[in-house]
Design a protein around this ligand. Structure first.
Ligand code: NDP
Length: 481
């Protein structure tokens, strides 16, 4: 009997017993006695006791709790290590943390999880198969992981407006991350679309990045943002708010936004408003692509968890954080749900008979890649660029990054992994554009991260969005073949 049918029988048995005995509070618990079919683990490689997908507060809190039970916990960091909190400025409502920058808070929770024993890897999960146990997780480099349990903490991504011009100017005037891109709009007029707390956060971030003016475009008659957040806006004289306006088109030329076409839904008029940047803050969509069709979702696409637990519709699979929470969407709530997922998974494995003694038998077969080695990427500046890059005899990959740029952190993780893989063949260096603005100008860096690949002093490839492991591996292959 496989695990699913065994569990179904246990569930049915429990329900029948409840019915026969008429016990008022007797419900089938996910933690009711059952036995995992541990025989299925023999012969498997790349085993993981608890695979966590996502590394925001939810994923890291889940990893922290699961690893405390000496389980082998791997956190797949995903496309945006640290999640959305890395894009916020100060967080002032995480109990015990005081006033802290979002990226710092995420880092602290990650370090706690690592101290607990969790291992963070920069690999991308490209597919998950929950129809068999152990669950099969495929990575983008072709590796297959056999996971005894899975915690989904994949968060949610910002919605787009879906208006003409949005895709065309994405990355060159349209953005959903003021922390990442605000610095490119110094002394320019920009707009923020949305009326929630995120819109306020984005606007304040842009004002601090010294844009000339920020106009928040709200489609309704009032903002949805909290009173406290709206009060904070008053401390920024360059921020203005306009109501009853909807963006219908983003217009520009030469890779530059020039204006937005606005519809005034009060008097049905249109106008063209000059602007150089459009920052979107109109809510989020849960990241459920990996498990769509395999797990029960609600009508908005969020994962449904059972009662006061983080169990999903598939035994052994848990969800926590914004991927299952469309209501609170707070770091502390995400971390709390992560803690529950960690505890739930511990109970599920233990109840299923997965003891430390059994785990010890599989020690040699665990996926234990640890990419936490310190960055081997050297920093270079304007003076050393010629000797280190242009006159180099081996290929050189240059990572242009800046402070407070979460995507840059992700790029660094990818490049660090590649640095060890190609240690003898390719050199990888990085340039902080905030300290080397002349270099950034010379090489036309108007977005970070940007990765340039040089061979024998010539530029052979440019990536102005996040360069994946595959992208870089492909270009290296053509150079060194
Ligand atoms: P919200 O869902 O709260 O707000 C989205 C906003 O975008 C609404 O004003 C909505 O308008 C508007 N909107 C949606 N679609 C469009 C569109 N097509 N055109 C124009 N406007 C549109 O999302 P947030 O990301 O702001 O916040 C999510 C959650 O995270 C909230 O609970 C918030 O409190 C929390 N948060 C907390 C922060 C903090 O405490 N530091 C920071 C950021 C977020 P309408 O109102 O008309 O529907």
């Amino acid at each position: 009997m496989n695990q699913k049918s065994l569990r179904a029988s246990v569930a049915l048995g429990a329900l029948v017993l409840c019915g026969l005995l008429f016990l008022p509070h007797c419900t089938y618990s996910e933690n009711a006695p059952f036995q995992l079919n541990l025989n299925k683990l023999y012969g498997k490689n790349n085993m993981v006791d608890v695979a966590v997908i996502g590394s925001g507060p939810a994923g890291s809190a889940a990893a922290l709790y699961a690893a405390q039970d000496n389980l082998h916990v791997i956190v797949f960091e995903g496309m945006e290590p640290g999640g959305l909190l890395t894009k916020t400025s100060y967080v002032e409502n995480y109990p015990g943390a005081g006033k802290i920058l979002g990226p710092d808070l995420v880092q602290k929770i990650k370090e706690d999880a690592q101290r607990s024993g969790a291992i963070y890897v920069p690999d991308y999960v490209s597919a998950v198969d929950l129809s068999q146990w152990p669950f099969v997780i495929s990575l983008d480099d072709g590796t297959t992981i056999n996971a005894l349990s899975l915690i989904l903490a994949t968060g949610a991504v910002p919605y787009k407006l879906k208006v003409p011009g949005e895709e065309e100017f994405w990355g060159s005037g349209v953005s959903s991350c003021a922390v990442c891109d605000g610095r490119f709009f110094e002394d320019l007029d920009v707009v923020v679309v949305g009326g929630g707390d995120s819109a306020c956060e984005e606007a304040m971030q842009l004002a601090r990045a010294k844009v000339r003016t920020v106009t928040i475009l709200v489609r309704g008659v009032k903002m949805r943002a909290s009173d406290a957040m709206q009060e904070r806006l008053k401390g920024y004289p360059t921020i203005h708010v306009r109501y009853n306006v909807e963006v219908k088109e983003i217009i520009g030329a030469d890779s530059q936004v020039r204006e937005v076409k606005l519809f005034n839904n009060k008097d049905n008029s249109y106008e063209l408003m000059p602007t150089r940047g459009v920052f979107l803050a109109i809510g989020h969509q849960p990241n459920t692509q990996l498990i769509k069709g395999q797990i029960t979702l609600d009508e908005k696409g969020y994962v449904i968890t059972k009662g006061r637990s983080q169990h999903t519709s598939v035994p052994g699979v848990y969800a926590c954080g914004d991927v299952e929470d469309s209501v609170y969407r707070q770091a502390i709530v995400a971390a709390g749900s992560g803690a529950r997922a960690g505890l739930d998974v511990r109970a599920w494995l233990t109840d299923g008979g997965f003891t430390p003694q059994i785990a010890a038998q599989f020690e040699a077969f665990y996926y234990a890649k640890n990419n936490e080695a310190k960055s081997q990427i050297a920093s270079i500046d304007t003076e050393s660029f010629a000797s280190q890059v242009l006159q180099a005899t081996t290929p050189v990959i240059v990572d242009f990054y800046g402070p407070n740029c979460p995507t840059c952190d992700q790029q660094a993780i990818i490049l660090t992994a590649l640095a060890s893989q190609y240690a003898d063949k390719v050199r990888i260096v990085k340039v902080d554009i905030s300290a080397s603005s002349e270099l950034a100008q010379k090489w036309k860096i108007n977005k970070i991260p940007t990765v340039l690949v040089f061979n024998k002093g010539s530029l052979v490839a440019r990536y102005s969005t996040l360069a994946s492991k595959n992208d870089i591996q492909e270009v290296i292959a053509t150079i060194i073949s």
